[in-house]
Design a protein around this ligand. Structure first.
Ligand SMILES: NC(=O)c1ccc[n+]([C@@H]2O[C@H](COP(=O)([O-])OP(=O)(O)OC[C@H]3O[C@@H](n4cnc5c(N)ncnc54)[C@H](O)[C@@H]3O)[C@@H](O)[C@H]2O)c1
Length: 346
């Protein structure tokens, strides 16, 4: 990857690489934009190669910029991708060392960065980081659960315009990835009577969830999920779950899930040409961010997501434009307008 070119294309401000050998810290911190305020960066931890860590940091931080902008928050977009240490990070003292080390290293980034939780990272991890830097948010919020409820509500709002009814009863939803967020989402969907097909790279997870929900949930291999005939495809994996070449296999009417950046730009274009509605990540997975940034309840944050997605989908329908194009334009417009204001003197 040509890093500067990628940063220029996406409009990034900063990319920082952190390392601390004793704690095993290896992390990539990307700041996409601080136009609206300090960049909120979800911390995610998983086995990563360097290239993918860089790519994810750059892609996700851009999503967070749009997410904060659409949600009306005074924050910018960042991402903190931690490469899982070779010596493991499950034991509490290793975890403490890792996340405190992260906190110490980002202290120098001053007012520009605020860390919170993302995939593979818990509120307890952020609490460790908070011992070293004040620039943290959300350690007392169950972010995946709050986010999942917002995705569920956003999905209903999108279904209202795309499928003609916001009731998900009998609607076929294929969920790719049933970790913290995907599992919580499936529980809401199942309760409403959606017909679920699920898959996970760790098949035991999908099987266990199907058993918990009992009957009527179909578990398939990851490779087969994208071919599954369904109304809604809901990606909830680590990102880029739907490759450009996969788009011609899709048999859904709408893509809407919790995953950050499920599609590349080319993929978004291909989906549009295939006549599939795509509700972008930054519009629908915002409830956790809204809740930690403002302190409002999960229900209120999810209601905000519902109203935002409904507004975007309605505008898209009225103007015969793709949903993701309208969402991006709305986010960009707020950033442009606020960015054009004169800076306060103090
Ligand atoms: N956790 C949060 O607070 C939060 C908030 C907003 C957005 N997100 C985004 O939601 C997504 C899921 O987050 P999470 O917290 O549930 O993570 P998680 O690690 O708990 O779960 C991810 C699950 O997806 C599976 N998976 C990954 N890629 C897959 C693929 N291509 N096919 C099938 N299964 C796949 C993994 O095996 C795992 O079970 C991520 O993209 C994350 O950035 C998370």
């Amino acid at each position: 990857m040509l890093i500067f070119e990628e940063m220029l294309t996406r409009g990034h401000e900063q990319l920082t690489v952190l390392q601390h050998a004793p704690s095993g810290l290896k992390a990539v911190v990307a700041i996409h934009s601080t136009v609206l305020g300090p960049a909120i960066a979800g911390c995610r931890l998983r086995p990563y190669d360097e290239e993918r860590a860089l790519r994810d940091a750059l892609a996700i931080s851009e999503s967070i910029t749009f997410k904060a902008a659409l949600a009306g928050l005074n924050y910018g977009g960042g991402a903190c991708v931690l490469l899982a240490p070779a010596n493991g990070s499950e034991e509490n003292h290793l975890r403490e060392a890792l996340f405190r080390s992260l906190g110490r290293q980002v202290r120098g980034m001053g007012q520009r960065l605020i860390l919170t939780e993302d995939a593979g990272v818990t509120g307890q991890d952020i609490a460790f980081t908070a011992q070293e830097t004040q620039a943290t948010l959300g350690m007392h919020t169950d972010t995946p659960t709050v986010t999942a409820y917002g995705v569920y509500r956003g999905l209903k709002a999108a279904a209202r315009t795309v499928l003609g009814s916001e009731s998900l009863r009998g609607v076929r939803v294929a969920v790719l990835g049933v970790g913290s967020l995907g599992t919580a989402l499936c529980r809401h969907l199942y309760r409403e009577g959606a017909r679920l097909t699920i898959a996970d790279q760790r098949p035991g997870r999908a099987q266990a969830l199907a058993e918990e929900l009992g009957g009527n949930v179909k578990v398939v291999d990851v490779e087969d999920l994208l071919d599954a005939p369904c109304d809604v495809l809901s990606p909830c994996g680590f990102g880029h779950s739907i490759k450009y070449a996969d788009v011609e296999r899709l048999q859904c009417r709408m893509i809407a899930g919790g995953e950050h950046q499920p599609l590349s730009r080319r993929g978004e274009q291909a989906v549009k040409e295939a006549g599939i509605a795509y509700v972008p990540d930054y519009a629908i997975n915002a409830a956790g961010l809204i809740s930690v940034a403002t302190g409002i309840s999960a229900d209120q944050a999810a209601e905000q997501v519902y109203q935002t997605v409904l507004h975007i989908c309605t505008l898209a329908q009225q103007n015969s434009k793709p949903i993701h194009v309208v969402a991006r334009r709305l986010a960009e417009r707020r950033i442009e307008l606020i960015g054009s204001l004169a800076r306060p003197i103090v």
